[in-house]
Design a protein around this ligand. Structure first.
Ligand SMILES: [Zn+2]
Ligand SMILES: [Zn+2]
Length: 135
């Protein structure tokens, strides 16, 4: 099953043929600010499994000091992509699961970077909670 996603205004549309296995809820401060939310949930995808349907020219990019790059819709502000140096070396990119309209069975398996978890967020699921990246 193909997963289909879009930004809030609908100008950017994309399809994903297949996700990689690890999906974490990330509570790092950068994800909080990028999403404007308590945490982000990104699915990892190989570059060749991501297909743009429309709006690629509207994609804006923000590169942080740690060389990670985040991409968003310049029209509506939807946060869409995350790419670390590790992702670049592996040829993968991470896509915000919340942007998908149709999504294959992708299930997060951990909370990561809980050291900066929002104090106003209550977590009562049974997933493992790591203070940093899965350790
Ligand atoms: Zn948009
Ligand atoms: Zn994060």
């Amino acid at each position: 099953m193909r997963s289909v996603g879009s930004c809030l205004c609908g100008a950017i549309q994309f399809e994903v043929a297949q996700f990689e296995p690890l999906v974490g809820h990330c509570h790092c401060k950068m994800c909080q600010k990028f999403h404007g939310a308590a945490f982000s949930t990104f699915g990892e995808v190989k570059r060749e499994h991501l297909h743009w349907q429309s709006g690629l020219h509207l994609l804006g990019h923000y590169r942080a000091e740690n060389e990670s790059e985040r991409s968003f819709c310049q029209r509506c502000g939807s946060s869409l992509l995350f790419e670390s140096r590790f992702n670049r070396a592996q040829g993968t990119v991470e896509i915000a699961l919340a942007a998908f309209d149709v999504l294959e069975a992708v299930m997060p398996d951990a909370h990561i970077y809980c050291q900066s978890k929002a104090q106003w967020l209550t977590m009562d699921d049974a997933l493992p909670k790591f203070s940093g990246y899965r350790k």
